[in-house]
Design a protein around this ligand. Structure first.
Ligand SMILES: NC(=O)c1ccc[n+]([C@@H]2O[C@H](COP(=O)([O-])OP(=O)(O)OC[C@H]3O[C@@H](n4cnc5c(N)ncnc54)[C@H](O)[C@@H]3O)[C@@H](O)[C@H]2O)c1
Length: 257
């Protein structure tokens, strides 16, 4: 018996990192997973892994900022399985820069993928969930949605927007038994943690400050599977009276000063 037996979930950015891990975990727990990803190769790799493990998945190659394509994928998912129980808004991009040297183009790109696509996916699945009086919308924010690193303003703004919009949707959709929550990961080792070709979670500075001196109290970088279980919880029947919340999964980082 899996925690998500019989459920149907959409996971965006399912080709690598947290999205891949969430998709694999959902499938292991019994959900049929619609994988949304712009990179067809990593998309196919995740699909193959799920099927090899005996799970069920359908792959959709698209850019989730394309509203028309996204709407078609939601339609196709409903046609495939008849319903959508959960949407995991996970896909994002990170482009570094400060307000002094960043460009408007980089701002728009990040707001489009990291925030607007969360709105679009949620808007597209909500009517199906309302019809069934059941649904879970789970968005991957970041600790950078409420604490800044100083070189990622548009990313931070989008993540803060997710946190606010999660509350907004929770209030709007609660009457339909749709639970809307968010997760804020801390430092995770994924392809996104590579900045200018270097894994920011393995630099000497990172290891000294965050690991050795315990700025991350659990004294290690997070791994995708540290987050995917939390997302499964939010989609499962163990989570039923909690909505509009942000779960911080950061090894204790934000509890220190
Ligand atoms: N890695 C971290 O340290 C960290 C920390 C906090 C929050 N997060 C958040 O976790 C989530 C996953 O991050 P990750 O580290 O796995 O990132 P990642 O870059 O490793 O993976 C993101 C995936 O999303 C896909 N994607 C990006 N834009 C897309 C688009 N327009 N359409 C379709 N697919 C698209 C990418 O192709 C990629 O497969 C993101 O929301 C990220 O902001 C990550």
């Amino acid at each position: 018996m899996g925690l998500l037996d019989g459920q149907v979930a959409i996971v965006t950015g399912a080709g690598q990192g947290l999205g891949e891990s969430i998709a694999l975990e959902f499938a292991r727990e019994g959900a049929a997973v619609a994988l949304l990803e712009r990179n067809p190769e990593t998309l196919e790799a995740t699909r193959a892994k799920i099927e090899a493990a005996g799970g069920e998945a359908k792959a959709f190659a698209l850019d989730i900022t394309d509203y028309v394509a996204y709407a078609q994928v939601v339609k196709d998912t409903v046609a495939w399985k008849g319903k959508i129980d959960a949407l995991v808004n996970n896909a994002a991009i990170a482009l570094y820069g400060t307000i002094l040297n960043d460009s408007l183009d980089n701002w728009r790109k990040q707001i489009n993928v990291n925030l607007e696509a969360v709105y679009m996916g949620s808007k597209l699945v909500a009517p199906h969930m309302v019809e069934r009086q059941y649904g879970r919308i789970i968005s991957i924010a970041s600790i950078q949605g409420f604490a800044a690193s100083g070189d990622a303003g548009p990313y931070n703004a989008a993540k803060g927007g997710i946190i606010a919009y999660t509350k907004s949707m929770a209030v709007e959709l609660g009457q339909y038994n749709i639970l809307v929550n968010a997760v804020a990961p801390g430092f995770m080792r994924t392809p996104m943690s590579f900045v200018n070709g270097e894994d920011e979670t393995t630099t000497p500075d990172f290891l000294e400050w965050y690991v050795k001196r315990g700025k991350v109290p659990l004294r290690r970088t997070g791994l995708p599977e540290d987050v995917s279980g939390t997302v499964v919880f939010l989609a499962s029947s163990y989570c039923r009276y909690m909505t509009g919340q942000l779960l911080v999964v950061d090894g204790g980082l934000m509890s220190t000063f």
